[in-house]
Write a protein that binds this ligand. Sequence first.
Ligand code: NAI
Length: 710
Amino acid sequence: MAIRYEIDERQIVTLTLDMEGRSANVLGRELMEPFSKAIADLEAEQALAGVILTSAKKDFLAGADIDQIFAMTEAAQVMEMAEAFKSLARRLETLGKPVVAALNGSALGGGLELALACHHRIVLSNPRIKIGLPEVKLGLLPGGGGTQRLPRMLGLKEALPLLLEGREMNPEAALQRGLVDEIAETPEAMMAAARAWIEANRHPAKPWDVKGFRWPGGDSKKPDNAQMWAIAPAMLYQKSRGNYPAAKNILSCVYEGSWVDFDTACRIESRYFTHCVVSPQAKNMITALWYQLNGIKKGGSRPSEPARQQVRKVGVLGAGMMGAGIADVAARAGIDVVLKDVTKSQAEKGKDVARAQLEKRVRRNKMTAEEREAVLARILTTDHAADLQGCDLVIEAVFEDRELKAKVTAEAEARIDEQAIFASNTSTLPITGLAKASKRPGNFIGLHFFSPVSAMPLVEIIKGEETSQETLAKAFDFVLQIRKTPIVVNDSRGFYTSRVFSTYVQEGMALLREGQHPAALEAAGLDAGMPVGPLALTDEVSLSLIHHILEQTRRDFEAEGREAPEHPADAVVYTMVDRLDRVGKKAGAGFYDYPENGAKHLWPELRKHFPQAEQQLPQAEVIERLMFIQAIETVRCMEEGVLNSVADANLGSIFGWGFPPFKGGTLQFINDYGLSEFAARAEALAARWGDRFLPPASLKEKASAGATFA
Ligand code: NAI
């Protein structure tokens, strides 16, 4: 039994969603039949006073059954399912009796859509509860009437961002936005409030079911937003470059739906929903951001032993940009933090950065002032290594300097327990080398955070040659504890993320050197779905840093008696840094100019130093090169054992440097292309542009075996 049906002496029926054998209620075939039967029973009830819809699970209704959505490839099948659910919700909405949603837990996606079909929504006060329509984040759209009810309830201006951004809100924010009507302190108070509302509203009807319905925010029968409709598609295009059909479909169905009656509008929505469900973009986003991500959260590349554990106290060495961010996220996860720098005032400065981050959260209603104070109270600032005593984990984020890192490692290890682990947040130095400074190299590991720490979801865990499985497990648990996504890689120059990401910026510079128009190649990066063009990204990373890494690599190779590999981009880096003194964004001058009060723009003199070729490559080929090079380097990382899992590769690329989610990650990009076709095309690119495009042997083997990166 998935739905309990109980009627009380006041003739109020409580429908309780409680799907058997599942930890959460999900909207799918299993629920449809009992739901349909319950509604038929309600319709047959002679003296029905009203209905309360609630759940016996932790959450109200977690949304659509993703397994079913993912498996659907036939448009007709999707259409039928969407229409069936909508007609049930509609019958509830037009029952003629008050229906109240009592949201005892999160109501996301289809869960919220069902609640929107009710006449009144009461939610339990609990910061854990999330309310929202996040479908767009998986390349889908709310197909249960959400794109039609929300704009009719809130007006277009309020509703569109909620639909297009898929933001999830806590109960207070949901109340403020008008997604729910009331907040109750306890489950009993919630049920009592539901009954009271039913008693006071005997025959409610939705505004759009009442003659003369007017849209919120306008006094006409149609939403009066001509101006917004004129600019919204352009704004959307600027953001997504047409790569995300879900967002465009949301806009289309809200627009088309606004011209017709509610029921017709719902059918329009089903049609657009169908487009989304069967689209390759949605399948890729679901694969990466649902299946692969959940796989990582359940353990991913973590060794199965020992059992999961929690860090209680973490030491952070260096309260600079990275250290301050790490302290902030750890303290927010409830962990005690010892933030150490060379002076107490330096450490305090780092805490101030965390304070500013927390302040932002308070302003955005994501945290209360008391919570902020509790988090800050967990951060102890110091300049004494002795305060590290009792830490289960110490993370160093001091300057990128081998000797300094060795010094702080020894200093910390003298104060912490034998079983405590030590992690380096180095961005470039091999972990195995750094571990040589440790007395307990088995307990030494890399934890590579990304900047800004509070916003970036990924942490790359780097195993040194001697890192123990136990240390790896602890580090993995810590990353999950601070609510980030861990991927596990083996030590290598640039690890995985920096190594592959740098192929993108290098390819951009190689194209510039060949004489491609810089604006065109920047546009190619964006059209491909990358968040930033390759030259702008190089400026952000800083050309001086790349220059420094080039020099360091050359010295390292020389020390080993080998010749460092050369890349056509190297000459561009040397020209920019040594000859032109344009080192990047921080210095206000790189490939771009950064005027103090104005937007950045490409440096006009670029064409003097990198003359344009008469014959420009077609944009499609530029895009192809920018994407292929990342995918090929990822395969090399798999082949060399730097990466062990497809999920780590795909999510590392999406969360680490913004590889387009709609493409599903660097390896899924190859799957979509077809392995044989990809290998053949890579050969052709290699023949023309250099060996860096040569398909790795393992790729060709996989292709001839008919396998994929699954
Ligand atoms: P930063 O220059 O902002 O901060 C370094 C801090 O370390 C300074 O506050 C300094 O006073 C402190 N420090 C120096 N010696 C110390 C000692 N003996 N004990 C305690 N603290 C000491 O540097 P940032 O950007 O935070 O980088 C730190 C580390 O993180 C570097 O290894 C860097 O390569 C790595 N990293 C940086 C990323 C970035 O985007 N900036 C990204 C990922 C890693």
